[in-house]
Design a protein around this ligand. Structure first.
Ligand SMILES: [Zn+2]
Length: 163
């Protein structure tokens, strides 16, 4: 799902939560639900070996990705903060610190992930990205065994988005 859509839908949800959760917690929910997508920028830097830091080109890169990913057998998406292990880490932080703010952050992240999953399902690309670091490792290894490398897809995409 696009960033603008996340901002709009999460703002509505945060406004609805405000009477029960208070302004501070609903704002934290909103920030978490939106900022989880900043991992796409990290992923962009990683995939392009930090050759390009331009946010504008990154958005172009992801626009092209959504057009090309469906039919490319080498495509395997990875977004660090969208993985189960990161959710588990935030959950453990909430448990061990007894701080409610981690549960609020987790709620925002979960809300975001559910929106992404609906979007991916709707566009028939539900399994285009991994939902766990372990799953990513396994699926990448299986692709490499078949002679397919996800990095080839990202290299191709990067060339197209900088031209
Ligand atoms: Zn997302």
């Amino acid at each position: 799902m696009r960033l603008q859509e996340h901002i709009i839908i999460s703002s509505v949800a945060a406004a609805a939560l405000a009477p029960a959760w208070g302004i501070q917690n609903s704002l934290l929910f909103l920030v978490s639900a939106v900022m989880i997508d900043s991992d796409h920028y990290l992923d962009y830097l990683y995939r392009t070996k930090a050759k390009d830091w331009s946010p504008a080109r990154m958005f172009r890169y992801y626009d092209k990705m959504s057009l090309m990913e469906k039919n490319d057998p080498e495509m395997l998406g990875f977004s660090l903060c969208h993985n189960a292990e990161i959710f588990l880490l935030v959950y453990l932080l909430a448990i061990f610190t007894h701080l409610n703010l981690f549960m609020v952050i987790l709620s925002g992240m979960f809300f975001h992930l559910v929106l992404d999953m609906f979007w991916l399902k709707h566009h028939k690309v539900f399994f285009i990205r991994s939902y766990s670091l372990i799953e990513y490792k396994i699926r990448k290894r299986l692709l490499l065994k078949k002679g397919l490398n996800p990095q080839n897809f990202f290299d191709k995409l990067f060339k197209l988005s900088v031209d």
